[in-house]
Write a protein that binds this ligand. Structure first.
Ligand SMILES: NC(=O)c1ccc[n+]([C@@H]2O[C@H](COP(=O)([O-])OP(=O)(O)OC[C@H]3O[C@@H](n4cnc5c(N)ncnc54)[C@H](OP(=O)(O)O)[C@@H]3O)[C@@H](O)[C@H]2O)c1
Length: 227
């Protein structure tokens, strides 16, 4: 049975990703940020949940070492956060907080997982980017968010370069607006039928992990809103 590590498993996207991977026969190692969410997947066999502060590199190292060298085939690093703000509304604290939640939570796991993947002869990373990091017109009113997500694309490039002959690869999925309860609440006047569903993103992730999907070169998969 193949194992996939999923971070942000209690989030609007993560909950569905865990269910989809479980349904497809993967063993899932899920991380959540809060104790209250540890039991979220208790009904699903082959899903184990851990509370890990991914901003704390010591906590991350401790978590990986607790896994006892078991093999992990892939990691879907889903943790992220959002803030609005154009240039005049963005300060160093905003930049720092977006950098930490969107980049550092991934980077802190990339380091130990690269060692693990190298030792076991390969592995896949799945990162979540964002359209405003690629489309400046969309990002100009969310500066800290866009800059922090831009780092995810470069992180994937660097992982792909490093992992080329080691069987290690990175995919970036770039969602538009995800149809989550939080977004529905935050944008009551928007039309959610134009958004991308967690189901569609989860199915894309299982495709990327499949024998066919693994053959894609440096994929950046844009899953934008319907016009
Ligand atoms: N929502 C959108 O429309 C949208 C659009 C484009 C891209 N994205 C990206 O898609 C991804 C998933 O978004 P989402 O809406 O599902 O996010 P979400 O609902 O806000 O979930 C965030 C997750 O991150 C966890 N988390 C937060 N801080 C953490 C920390 N320090 N250590 C460990 N875990 C931590 C939370 O855990 P607890 O709740 O258990 O604390 C939760 O599971 C993110 O990368 C986001 O930037 C989202």
């Amino acid at each position: 049975m193949k194992s996939v590590l999923v971070t942000g498993a209690s989030g609007g996207l993560g909950t569905r990703v865990v269910q989809e991977l479980h349904h497809d026969g993967y063993r899932v190692i899920a991380t959540v940020g809060s104790e209250k969410n540890r039991t979220l997947f208790d009904q699903l066999p082959n899903v184990q949940s851990h509370v890990v502060d991914l901003l704390d590199s010591a906590d991350v190292t401790n978590f990986i070492s607790r896994l006892n060298q078991e093999s992990i085939h892939a990691a879907a690093l889903l943790v992220g956060g959002f803030t609005m703000g154009g240039f005049q509304d963005t300060n160093v604290a905003d930049l720092d907080s977006m950098y930490r939640i969107n980049f550092l939570t991934a980077f802190n796991l990339v380091k130990p997982l690269l060692s693990l993947f190298e030792a076991q002869g390969g592995g896949q990373f799945i990162f979540i980017g964002a359209r405003p990091a690629l489309v400046a017109e969309a990002g100009k009113n969310m500066i800290a968010y866009s800059l922090s997500k831009a780092l995810i694309f470069e992180l994937a490039n660097l992982v792909n370069a490093y992992g080329k002959e080691k069987g290690i690869s990175a995919t970036v999925i770039v969602p538009g607006t995800i149809d989550t309860p939080t977004n529905r609440q935050a944008m009551p006047d928007a039309d959610p039928s134009k958004w991308i569903t967690p189901e569609t993103i989860s199915e894309t992730i299982t495709f990327v992990l499949s024998d066919t999907g693994r053959q894609l070169d440096e994929p950046v998969l844009k899953m934008y809103n319907q016009p």
